[in-house]
Every structure is written in C-alpha cells, then in structure tokens.
Design a protein around this ligand. Structure first.
Ligand code: 13P
Length: 280
C-alpha cells in the first residue's frame, strides 16, 4: 500500500536513554493530530526497549537501524530479527553507511530483507549512488544494480510491503561517506529523475499497478525548509531524515509539511485513518 512515510534515522547520535525517551516523547505528542502520515524513528538498539515503552500507546512507530538474517545463534555483535520484532514495526536495510562503510553487499541485504518480510517487519530498503558514480554517468546503473540485487524475483505480495528510500550518498550529511565533496540535498529535479528511474524499474519488474502502490521516500540533508519542494513532487512519498529528526522542533515541521502537501495529491494513499488535518 502506498503510504506517506516520514522516518527519523537517529544513527549513533543519541547515546543516552533519558535523552532518547525525551525526544521520542516530544515527537509522539506532536503527532497526536497527524495520522495521515506514517511516522517512525530509529534510535540505537540499546535505546529501543525504553523508547518502545514510552511511545507504545502513541502513533509514533519504531524502526531498527539494521538487523541480521539469522534468527538465533553464535553471531557475536549481531541483532536478531526476533529481538527486533518485539520492539519495532520497521527495519532500515541497505543504508549507505553499512553498505559503504562496512561493506554490506546487495546479496547480504537481500537475505535480511527476506527475513524481515518473513517475520512481519516492514523493510525500508535504502538505495543511492555516490558523487563519483553520478559524475561518471552511472546513477541509473547503480540504482538498477541495487534494486535487482535485493528485489529481483520477489513475490508481488511481499514487494508491496516494502518501502524504498532513495538516499543519494552525496546528499547524506556524513563526512565519512563524502570526504571530498560538498554535501547538499538533491534538487527537486534530481530527486524526481531518480525516483522515476526507481519506479520505472519497479514497473518493469512487477508491473505498473504494483509499482504505483510502493512508497519511495527521499533521504539526504532533508530539513523543514527543503522538505516543502521535495515533498511537493508526485514521485516522492515521504522522507528518511537523519540530523533533522533529532529533535521534535526540527522533525515535526517536516511531518506537517508532508501531511499538508500529500493529502491533496491525486495518488491513492488509502490511509487507514484519514480523519485529521494538522492544526498549526
Ligand atoms: P541526513 O538527513 O543527516 O543527511 O541523513 C540522511 C540519512 O542518512 C537518513 O537515513
């Protein structure tokens, strides 16, 4: 089902439980009138238990930042999908940080994706090219490679569960990923082009009706200012936000923008509860 999704990826930025719970509480309170948008945050694994307790009865959902594909066993340092499923609804997979810093491959990501689907977690599959790959004219090839590597041959019913996140590496506010290039958000034209490449690949692989049902969200230096023009595009169904998700003050305006812009679209979002409008 195509949804409007705004996710907050906290990465390794919030290292105290008290702080994590306090930010999550603030975000959850601000959401009480915003049910047209599906919102999640992904705190560190060590904060998930406490944050889960704090937001359980609210509309704010949680995501794991990654997971392993075996359920149990001698895998030092890994997170079991079963442990995660007790605490979260979503799991971020294939993010450029584990891909490009820790060497995760498409096949490794595919295994995790299959496991996430098997146990009922919603995968948020991230894709994106580096500045060099873009400069060399390889954006489409890289996206196709990442899509095929993790999704080719997937059953249509499973495909419909997945959220895709286009995150150009060069736009992610991360100096380790981008040591030599200026970090900037994608322009609406760039984002529209790549989202269209992704949706066209989905059409070819799974057919147009399925492709139209899949949410493709954008990530990379998104904030309250640039969210307005990015989320105004029909091809962008939400955002995956790093830095600007670390406080309610920065995160809620993005969610508000999403709610305002997207509810007026012709796309059938078929949200489960469509009762509200956001009060400024
Ligand atoms: P920033 O919003 O900090 O650039 O991070 C984007 C991201 O990687 C979200 O997953």
């Amino acid at each position: 089902m195509r949804r409007i999704v705004i996710g907050g990826n906290w990465k390794m930025q919030v290292t105290s439980t008290t702080e994590a719970v306090s930010i999550a509480d603030d975000i959850a309170q601000g959401l009480s009138t915003l049910s047209s948008v599906h919102v999640f945050i992904a705190p560190s694994f060590t904060e998930l238990y406490s944050v889960n307790k704090a937001v359980k009865e609210t509309q704010l959902k949680l995501a794991g930042q990654n997971m392993y594909y075996h359920e149990k066993g001698a895998f030092t340092g890994q997170i079991s999908p079963l442990s995660l499923a007790n605490l979260v609804d979503y799991v971020i997979l294939g993010h450029s940080e584990p891909r490009r810093i820790f060497g995760e491959t498409d096949e490794f990501i595919r295994q995790k994706l299959l496991k996430a689907l098997e146990i009922g977690l919603i995968p948020v599959l991230c894709l994106g090219e580096t500045a060099k790959e873009r400069e060399e004219g390889n954006t489409k090839a890289i996206l196709h490679q990442q899509l095929a590597g993790s999704l080719k041959g997937l059953q249509i019913e499973k495909m419909k569960m997945i959220i895709l996140a286009y995150e150009p590496v060069w736009a992610i506010n991360n100096k380790f990923l981008n040591p030599d290039t200026e970090i900037r958000p994608a322009t609406p034209i760039e984002a529209n082009e790549t989202h269209t490449i992704i949706r066209d690949w989905l059409k070819n692989e799974f057919g147009a009706p399925v492709a139209e049902e899949i949410s493709i969200i954008y990530g990379g230096s998104m904030n309250a200012q640039n969210a307005k023009e990015l989320l105004a595009l029909d091809q962008i169904d939400g955002g995956l936000i790093g830095g600007a998700s670390l406080s309610a003050e920065k995160f809620l305006p993005i969610i508000r923008t999403a709610a305002h812009l997207l509810e007026n679209r012709s796309t059938d979002y078929r949200w489960e509860s469509n009762t509200l409008r956001f009060d400024e």
